[in-house]
Write a protein that binds this ligand. Sequence first.
Ligand code: CAA
Length: 260
Amino acid sequence: MEFKNLLIETADGVATLTVNRPQALNALNSEVLTELASAFYQLEYDPAVRVVVLTGAGEKAFVAGADIKEMAAMSSFEGHQFALKGQHCMMAMEKMKTPVIAAVNGFALGGGLELALGCDFIYASEKAKLGFPEVTLGIIPGFGGTQNLARLIGKNRANELIFTGRMIAADKAQAWGIVNEVFAPEELLVKAKETAAAIAGVGPLGVTYAKNAIANGLNMGKEDGFRYEASLFGVLFGTADQKEGMGAFVEKRKAVFTGK
Ligand code: CAA
């Protein structure tokens, strides 16, 4: 599928997906959300792609939020539908078998921070600014932000960020556990792609099942989570990748994984 607002580049198992609407600081309108959902589906089932790096075009923004100009005239019903559409995108990333790394190169605000939180983890540039300005617009985060942020960093810090609408810098976002690592702007994509390449080089089924165990386990009680983990662990013993990974270790050679 051709995209008007996205760029995709794939090399050595790593797809770089760029939200490309710099004239609106990459704001998420309905069209961008439709394209993102299609892109996630396309990338998940592309055998050439093992990891996705998600970033924003231009110097200034990752994504500056949902499109305020589109939302301004929405009815209550349309607002609800728009939130569901954004949430569908965030859930699509969580359910994808392929890991997605957010490379937050600038503003990640509102729906933009929600997009980053929907990824499996976040790297950020020293220039990044993160926040939920929704209350300054008379609304609340609607693409999963109240849920994902509170689960990630706990209720009190999530409350402070969401109630004030303030932006925080990348170093504070790292100290709060939102961002895994902070890099100089020119290093961000290089480092994100390096980590993506490391993940692309290990057993893809292991990565997929680990993602599945962590994401689903967080919605379960601990004992159910342990049982779920053990089932997935067992399933992997029926795969060629497990035979190859362990065989290569014993034979002191590098494993060549096929994802089968
Ligand atoms: N929606 C639509 N357009 C946006 C936008 C957004 N979220 N953010 C920026 N833009 C547009 C601006 O309107 C401007 O367009 P024009 O040149 O046509 O006027 C262009 O992008 C450049 O933006 P600025 O001139 O404002 O750039 P700046 O450097 O002065 O400020 C900024 C940057 C602080 C990020 C500022 O643009 C801003 O505050 N943006 C809005 C951030 C925001 O409130 N995001 C949350 C949206 S609500 C949401 O996301 C709900 C949800 O949870 C689903």
